[in-house]
Write a protein that binds this ligand. Structure first.
Ligand SMILES: [Zn+2]
Length: 196
């Protein structure tokens, strides 16, 4: 859509956010311009800063500013267990339970044939190499319990088994169709403990 002025351009830019339609985008734009210009500038600076400095951890692929993230660098973590999650938000949900002391691999997505997202796009090769480091003994598949999350878990599981690696899946305490990010901590902790 062609933009006729800065306001339209701002609305179009805000619509890039997930779940934001044209009405909400317009409301945000009006709010920022009318009531919070300082906040709007801070937002634009934070965006530019994050886009410029955030990259992916070499080992687990999550967002970080260093070459390797803090979790991967932590010598206290159990390096024999690797937990595979879809997003950094899912990783945070697991971390908040305090029930997992191992390391992570963050796919930064999920396999979704309908959207043209295949194994390549979730870094399957990188995960296989990471899991084959000789230290990892168990790969816990903690992808979401949605159709796409299950497909992703299945594809990863088959690929890891072909390399002789042991995989487990979170137990079924997590409701079907749910995303970890929105599941309560007790349920996640149980699903983790009862994995098989
Ligand atoms: Zn890392």
């Amino acid at each position: 859509m062609a933009t006729s002025n800065s306001l339209d351009a701002l609305v179009q830019a805000l619509r890039r956010l997930p779940g934001v339609g044209v009405k909400s985008a317009a409301r945000m734009a009006f709010h920022l311009l009318q009531h919070d210009r300082e906040g709007a500038l801070a937002l634009s600076q934070a965006l530019a800063q994050a886009v410029g400095s955030m990259r992916h951890c070499e080992r687990c692929h999550t967002f970080c500013e260093a070459q390797v993230c803090e979790v991967c660098q932590d010598p206290e973590r159990d390096a024999t267990r690797l937990c595979v999650v879809e997003t950094p938000a899912d990783q945070s949900a697991l971390e908040r339970t305090g029930a997992f002391q191992g390391l992570y691999f963050v796919l930064m997505g999920r396999i979704s044939p309908l959207d043209g997202i295949g194994p390549k796009d979730i870094g399957l090769k990188k995960l296989l190499d990471r899991a084959s480091d000789g230290v990892v003994q168990e790969v816990i598949l903690a992808t979401n319990f949605t159709a796409e999350g299950e497909t992703t878990a299945h594809v990863i599981s088959e690929a890891l088994k072909a390399r002789g690696l042991r995989t487990t899946r979170l137990a079924r305490g997590v409701p079907v169709g749910s995303e970890l990010e929105y599941v309560d901590l007790g349920t996640i902790a149980h699903a983790l403990a009862d994995r098989r």
